[in-house]
Ligand binder design. Structure first.
Ligand code: NAD
Ligand code: TYD
Length: 361
């Protein structure tokens, strides 16, 4: 028995692969294109571990995916591979259409052919788990109830639209071809190995370098934060016991305004690594907070109603925001070399493009 994980060198995928092999000995075939977001250093501790097979390649490469499926005969495919950053999707949506829509379509076709060729228990037990996002549901007003699985799809960014399209394809492959699929829609993750283009690792990284902490617009946009280890345990649980064709929302019941998240990060950093440690001439990291131009089409609020997965599958998060965020800051402090290695080259170009605008306050 084995599982094929796609995108397993990215933030959530690498946490999932590490967690998986910490929990069991079932081998993982890890297919990842190693775009700017994929990083084999995340998987360094699996070097020489025969349970992990890394293959560099594209989910859209039908020949490669079919041969991997034929060779390893996995009992499940867990699809993390995607372009995942909203701001990048605004600057250049084409890659998002290619990987998230066309790539998922090609992957589904390869998996469908493989599944059709299975028999008996292997066929009945096979699962295709598609990892998606709460952003497909659009933006909530301040007092609206959190997203349930039946919320209308109203994606607003090229990223969320491309993920919505992939969710629809996965759904259609179940309804039309009977492919045994499961879909998870999760809220914002944070934790180790998070690429510092996203809010939480970016703020930690910039703070330690004494650089501005960019807040888009008024900083009152709300996200529902989940520690990445909890996302991984939820996916494992859905894979194990989720009902075929169903969607499960995953979230941490942790709605926070961006500005509050940044304040929390600054306060923990002030305590664990005061600015003086880095010879920074400031009393608190909070003084680095800088308001910048808002993201076009910026969704105001996401919130996940995670009661279905709790009720049906008994899953709930282990971390609170307070415990998870402290662990995360500590991880970044302990892993500065990892951050240094990825914040060169392409990363610098991105930061220059994205933050070239003047601060507005
Ligand atoms: P990430 O950008 O950190 O990692 C994506 C990984 O996919 C990278 O390793 C990259 O090399 C790989 N990849 C990209 N295109 C590929 C292709 N065509 N073929 C094979 N591999 C490819 O993303 P993440 O934050 O780890 O997100 C993983 C998944 O979870 C995505 O599907 C995303 O939509 C979803 N998700 C993310 C969050 C979040 O907060 N980060 C929340 C909910 C859902
Ligand atoms: P991000 O981490 O990009 O995740 P997403 O857009 O998928 O929710 O952003 C989280 C929130 O933080 C979002 O409302 C945008 C905001 N943000 C900033 O205010 N400044 C930044 O530099 C970044 C990257 C994000």
């Amino acid at each position: 028995m084995s599982v094929l994980v796609t995108g397993g060198a990215g933030f959530i995928g690498s946490n999932f692969v590490l967690d998986w092999l910490d929990q069991c000995d079932e081998p993982v075939i890890n297919l990842d294109a190693l775009t700017y977001a994929g990083n084999l250093e995340n998987l360094a501790r699996l070097q020489g571990d025969a349970r992990h097979t890394f293959v560099r390649g594209d989910i859209g490469d039908a020949g490669l995916v079919s041969s991997l499926l034929a060779e390893h005969q996995p009992r499940a495919v867990v699809n993390f591979a995607a372009e995942s950053h909203v701001d990048r999707s605004i600057h250049g949506p084409a890659e998002f259409i290619q990987t998230n829509i066309v790539g998922t379509f090609n992957l589904l076709e390869s998996v469908r052919a493989y599944w059709n060729g299975l028999e008996g228990e292997a066929k009945a037990g096979f699962r295709f788990l598609h990892v998606s996002t709460d952003e497909v549901y659009g933006s909530l007003g301040k007092t609206e109830p959190a997203f349930t699985e039946t919320h209308r799809y109203e994606p607003n960014s090229p990223y969320s639209a491309s993920k919505a399209a992939s969710d629809h394809l996965v759904r259609a492959y179940h309804h039309t071809y009977g492919l045994p699929v499961l879909t998870t829609n999760c809220s914002n993750n944070y934790g180790p190995y998070h690429f510092p283009e996203k809010l939480i690792p970016l703020v930690i990284h910039n703070a330690l370098a004494g650089k501005p902490l960019p807040i888009y617009g008024d900083g009152q946009q709300i996200r529902d934060w989940l520690y990445v280890g909890d996302h991984c345990s939820a996916i494992r649980r859905v894979l194990e016991a989720g009902r075929l064709g169903e969607t499960y929302n995953i979230g941490g019941w942790n709605e926070k305004a961006n500005l509050d998240v940044v304040h929390t990060l600054c306060d923990i950093l002030d305590e664990l690594a005061p600015p003086a440690t880095f010879n920074l001439p400031i009393a608190s990291y909070r003084s680095l907070i800088t308001y910048v131009k808002d993201r076009p089409g910026h969704d105001r609020r996401y919130a996940i109603d995670a009661s279905k997965i709790q009720r049906e599958l008994g899953w709930k998060p282990a971390e609170t925001f307070e415990t998870g965020i402290r662990k995360t800051v500590q991880w970044y402090l302990n892993n500065q070399a990892w951050v240094r290695n990825i914040t060169s080259g392409e990363y610098r170009n991105w930061v220059e493009t994205q933050y070239a605008v003047e601060a507005v306050a």
